[in-house]
Ligand binder design. Structure first.
Ligand code: HEC
Ligand code: HEC
Length: 364
């Protein structure tokens, strides 16, 4: 909220506008140009960090114990693509969170080392910087904590701190990159996670046609169908109860957990959030995902059960999957075919300026 609200202070607004202008001449604005090149030199100068948020999003939250620097972003980008730290050299963040697939993998589940199939759908990392907890069940409190999960997970990268220190320690360019990022060349899991999290804070996507219409006053940025769809989103369909849009920004998530019935139809219903909180009230609850870039990140839901947005809308239309813990905001909507079409037209306006990130050449 702060970002766009602070724009009411003229000085800040001009600062943001100048930054945007500078970047608009250089292509994709959300990732600073130096982060989008293959192995750029350690950037010096350039815009402020974190960059001002794109239209429709709030200031990018940065924890005080991991300040953002260009050197850390660059190290994080190298590590995001680094397969050599995984147990068999095949898995990296980017093999499940593929830049060309909306930072997801276009499959029902993740695929880790030795081709091991995961048990949950791969969420995009675009705008993950804005979540107050990470994973479908919110079990990690920060991006820093989250990044250690897949590195150590036996079904994902199956690595260890020992392996990271050994593998990266044998590559001189990494010693240099850690020194630039942290002041000395010591390599640790903690530092790797901090650098990866810092890189992820550059992976924000806003400025979509919807944002240009809602927050930028561009009447023609979206169609009449999409405008009707947004009305339905807020009224009859009640989507906005969980996928929030407020006066100054549109996170399209409430950062909370809800039971909409996904997984409650299984023989052994999924516990979801309850597994973390041990609270029976949280049974079958999962984190509300942001709907930004949703057209690029099929399949959908924590178990990747729906291949299309049409299927998702049909699911909501019939009132989710009935179960004793179903959220009271999920009920049969009785949408007409035309209304579903309009909702879909609205969801399609949420494609923003997702950053284009090139795979770096592996450091030697
Ligand atoms: C084997 C595939 C795989 C690999 C490799 C992988 N991830 Fe993920 N990622 C997933 C899956 C699946 C989830 C959701 C798991 C869950 O919620 O239980 C996830 C969740 C996340 C989330 C949380 C997003 C949200 O919406 O809550 C972030 C952030 C993330 N991964 C970043 C990373 C980073 C950084 C790396 C590399 C260190 C990485 N991932 C490696 C599959 C993968
Ligand atoms: C009660 C809160 C709530 C309401 C109301 C709600 N959603 Fe959701 N939405 C969620 C949660 C929670 C999930 C994830 C559920 C899971 O995977 O188990 C989700 C998932 C989704 C997804 C899948 C996104 C992805 O990346 O997998 C889409 C699309 C979606 N919702 C659209 C809508 C639309 C359209 C409406 C209105 C018709 C709506 N939602 C109403 C909470 C809600």
């Amino acid at each position: 909220m702060l970002g766009n609200r602070s724009c009411r202070q003229a000085a800040l607004c001009i600062r943001a506008a100048v930054f945007l202008l500078l970047l608009s001449g250089m292509g994709a604005w959300s990732v600073p140009p130096w982060a989008a090149q293959a192995n750029p030199p350690a950037p010096s100068g350039g815009g402020e960090l974190p960059p001002p948020p794109p239209l429709g999003l709030d200031d990018i939250p940065v924890p005080p114990d991991n300040p953002m620097t260009r050197e850390k972003v660059e190290l994080g980008r190298l590590l995001f693509f680094e397969k050599r730290i995984s147990a068999d050299g095949t898995a990296a963040c980017a093999t499940c969170h593929m830049p060309a697939r909306g930072f997801s993998n276009a499959r029902q589940y993740g695929v880790g080392v030795e081709g091991k199939l995961g048990i949950r759908n791969v969420p995009t990392v675009l705008n993950a910087a804005y979540y107050s907890s990470q994973f479908w069940d919110g079990r990690a409190k920060s991006l820093e904590e989250q990044a250690k999960g897949p590195i150590l997970n036996p079904a994902e990268m199956a690595s260890s701190e020992e392996r990271i220190v050994k593998v990266l320690g044998a590559i001189p360019a990494y010693g240099e990159a850690f020194r630039r990022a942290f002041g000395d060349p010591a390599i640790s899991l903690d530092r790797a996670a901090k650098a990866i999290a810092t890189f992820e804070r550059t992976l924000v996507s806003g400025g979509s046609p919807f944002d240009r219409w809602k927050f930028g006053g561009e009447e023609a940025a979206i169609s009449a169908d999409a405008k009707r769809g947004f009305d339905l989103f807020k009224s009859k369909a009640q989507c906005v109860k969980c996928h929030l849009v407020d006066e100054f920004s549109a996170p399209l998530t409430d950062n909370k957990f809800h039971n909409i019935g996904i997984g409650m139809d299984k023989q052994k219903p999924e516990l979801g959030r309850a597994e973390i909180t041990k609270d029976r009230k949280d049974r079958g609850k999962f984190k509300t995902p942001s709907l930004r870039e949703v057209t690029r990140t099929a399949p959908y839901m924590h178990d990747g059960r729906f291949n299309t947005l049409e299927e998702v809308l049909d699911f909501y239309d019939k009132g989710g999957h009935p179960n004793p813990s179903l959220d009271p905001d999920i009920f049969p909507l009785k949408l007409t075919q035309k209304e579903k079409k309009d909702l879909l037209a609205f969801l399609r306006t949420l494609e923003g300026n997702a950053p284009r990130v090139a795979e770096p050449e592996a450091p030697r």
